[in-house]
Write a protein that binds this ligand. Sequence first.
Ligand code: GTP
Ligand code: MG
Length: 219
Amino acid sequence: MALSEQTEDYLFKIVLLGDSAVGKSNLLARFARGEFYPNSKSTIGVEFQTQTMSINGKEVKAQIWDTAGQERFRAVTSAYYRGAVGALLVYDISRRRTFDSIGRWLNELQIHSDMNVVTILVGNKSDLKDVREVTTAEGKSLAEAKSLFFIETSALHSSNVTAAFQTVVKEIYNILSRKVIQSQELKKQDLSWTGNGGTVILKGENGEEEAPKTGGCCS
Ligand code: GTP
Ligand code: MG
């Protein structure tokens, strides 16, 4: 079946990562509901929101998972990462400590998830210009060194928030499109892929998620 006939069935799992209070939950609230909470509390357990997005004129669903940055509030790590094909690695531009943690988060992502998760480094709270501790150039340079996308956002001012999520979803979609073309060339029906970009979660007939497909196709 051609990709154009299938896109409503695509559900991409995307995880939010980063130290406590960098603004993960507010980025999600802003993106999914257009809301912002000036005094939000630490996330307890796991929450997720599903957002339908238009990519190249096609409908794609992004299921965005959010948990606490603080170890003691975190949910089971392996379940959080399982099946993720995208990640937003968030730090707070006004707190260098949160930027210094990025390497650790990247490590955790690589340990717990499938080989290549499409990842964007997000410097949040770009509105806090007067107390900035991490320059844009430093963020860019780290992203380049680690082969990540990069963006600075403000959940407060609603700046670049949609763009951050869209960058990730678009790239996943592009990788998938290329895989579909490859698999069509190989005359394979199975659209799942694991070799080069993680796992795509497809929805079952009743709308529930099927188990992430692994062991799929071409490398
Ligand atoms: P944990 O759940 O503990 O991991 O934290 P979190 O990363 O989800 O942070 P959260 O979204 O709860 O935000 C923490 C604090 O930062 C809250 O007081 C937010 O209002 C504030 N905040 C979030 N985003 C922004 C932003 O873009 N600008 C400013 N100025 N404050 C923000
Ligand atoms: Mg939170």
